[in-house]
Design a protein around this ligand. Sequence first.
Ligand SMILES: [Zn+2]
Length: 247
Amino acid sequence: MKLNNEVHLVGSGKSGAWITHEYDSHVYLLDGGDALALIDAGVGLEPERILANVSDAGCDPKRITHILLTHCHADHCGGTPALRRETGAQAAMSREEVDFLRDGDEDSIGLTIARREGYYPSSYHLEALDMDIRLTGGEEIMVGDLRVRTIHVPGHSIGSICYLVTGKSGTHLFSGDVVFHKGEIGLLNCPGSSLADYRASIGKLGGLGVDGLFPGHGMFAATHGQWHIDLAIEAFKSLVAPRNAIR
Ligand SMILES: [Zn+2]
């Protein structure tokens, strides 16, 4: 599903466009001309459907150089091992969370509680994975012609990374579960999620001049993305916690 000349939606479950497995987060394909990248990897139950969508977009999956993960939750990163095997891409995640994935630590990524509550099938388990790249925030990664800047914004999870992507079609923020359409946030009651971290870090997303806001679930904004982000930033200045998208 083409969103602009440089961004395609190639994975999305029932929380979104439902074009791949029902438990998949949004998975975006960046087309930088000479190179491609994925933002997130879905849950990993039908990764071949994501790759088929990459091919349908006219892109060769073998040209994917990076799998850029927004955070450690299984609906976003569970598909990474399979997609890395198929593409040969390098996988990147926050240094705060890589050990959870390496160790298959399902408690620390919130999978144990989420599975118990039916957000994942009872038989689902994380495939452990050692990342190729540990992100701290502030890195710049080139994907062909696209410049990707990493921003560490803890709150939804301890290692949430937003990716600010600048190319010919504008400046776009891939926000994972940090901030959604209309400025809703993704606060959870599980390890790693923290209202205090949110309050301290959400300001990093101010003044970025974001055109497209492409979050991990739900509606996205093709233009005026900064307006949605600023709603969240402003909400954190009031006494009452911002509206939560995850209910
Ligand atoms: Zn999440």
